[in-house]
Design a protein around this ligand. Sequence first.
Ligand SMILES: Cc1cc2nc3c(=O)[nH]c(=O)nc-3n(C[C@H](O)[C@H](O)[C@H](O)COP(=O)(O)OP(=O)(O)OC[C@H]3O[C@@H](n4cnc5c(N)ncnc54)[C@H](O)[C@@H]3O)c2cc1C
Length: 484
Amino acid sequence: MARVVVLGAGIAGHTAAAFLRKWLGRNDEVTVISPQPDYNWIPSNIWVGVGLLQKRQVTFPLAPIYAKNGIDFKQGRAMAIYPEGTLSESKPSVEFEWTAGARAGLREHISYDFLVNATGPKLNFDATEGLGPGKNSLSVCTADHAEETANKLLALVEQMKRGDRKRFVVGTGHGSCTCEGAAFEYVVNLEFELRNHGVRDKADILFVTNEYELGDFGVDGVHIRRGGYVTPSKIFTESLFAERGIRWLTRSHVRKVEPGIAHCEQLDGAQIEAPFDMAMLLPPFSGVGMNAYGRDGQEITEKVFAPSGFMKVDADYEKKPYEKWRAADWPRFYQSPAYPNLFAAGIAFAPPHPISRFRTNAAGLMISPAPPRTGMPSAMIAKAVARSIVDMLRGGGKPSYSASMAEMGAACVASAGANPFTGTAASLTVYPIVPDYERYPDYGRDVSKTFGEIGLAGHWIKILLHHMFLYKARMRPGWSLIPE
Ligand SMILES: Cc1cc2nc3c(=O)[nH]c(=O)nc-3n(C[C@H](O)[C@H](O)[C@H](O)COP(=O)(O)OP(=O)(O)OC[C@H]3O[C@@H](n4cnc5c(N)ncnc54)[C@H](O)[C@@H]3O)c2cc1C
């Protein structure tokens, strides 16, 4: 009998646990440790954040689904990994703290044969003074944040209906943010909803981003072939914003957020104040801050985790200039180089370097996107990790399934409105996510698999995906047939 412990029940952790349960024998245990009681389909938080969906439509309780499917669920937060065991217990273990019930606050160790770290990001609002819910700006990173954002938006809409003008600032709340695609999607939805409410003429919308050019999306931009022309995503995104009257401020680090003002520092050192009545600014991400200890209790965090707090895996972490970055730097198996029974999936793994060109201001502060690890790659990585673990438990000496981001595509569908007939979407696909200039010397990507379109088709796909992925996450009949 083997025990596989999965840390985190987000897109990666939940996918890994579900497939592990499906593929492992009934005598093997699958345990999920995660601090929140609910699953959240995070991509649809965007629609919660403009008031189109309620929190209950993008979340559901995990415990009953895990109980029904034979997955052991411990509502708790992993604190430390002991990959060599301890002096009193030779098996490796995780120390976690219960976050609910009578045991809340108590700490416990659980031993494992294999461990999947899928703890996602820490939403590092503290990196920017005054940033975030409870301070001076809003977010859509969690369903609760998104509901708060919607409440603020709908209150402003009422004031606009009475004739007031309002200023909206949307974007990245720090120079080193990722998730530009989510900020882009929110601003497109916001603009659409303001039109729906009949108050668009009363709104000034500014998009603030750490991207060097619009359309970078943390993947160094993409090139789209359409009608015989190859168009960079910069033109696609700029024309989309121009048509909708959304102003933009690129190359920006939000230094401080005060009530009603975001202080932005540009890559060239210029200081710009962006006044607002409502600001939705995403935080930068870091690892969740777990430590690691050797058998003797000595701290070995640096051996397991990168300084960012994300877990080191089979990537090439050697520091090199942009011109030397290669597709092969990116991990394939997500296995810890130090401990073969330790894997990371989704946002939890440390990327070898950004995908977009790394840029700093004169003071050395990073003002360029960190690499995105969106939902589809997170789930595909988790599934590959689960498959490898199952094969290793059955006697395979090493991981068998790879899921390199340099060999998979991704889609960004910024869909506005939840109505199938009046909505619209800006859809972009890219293949591969990490450019590979050895295979695709022109643009680093296969332009025949990279496209961009604005219209109803992408919108329908987005609505379909919302329902399909929630169905899959609920582990309803046939769930495993739905692709990642
Ligand atoms: C607003 C927004 C919109 C987005 N839209 C899209 C989109 O349209 N398409 C797309 O592909 N991607 C989108 N993304 C990105 C997508 O949500 C992420 O790629 C995905 O959630 C990453 O999955 P993950 O499992 O790595 O992390 P998460 O989904 O964040 O899950 C992490 C899990 O770990 C748990 N956890 C945290 N700390 C601990 C701990 N110490 N111990 C145990 N568990 C812990 C958390 O509670 C959570 O359950 C969006 C992201 C945001 C913020």
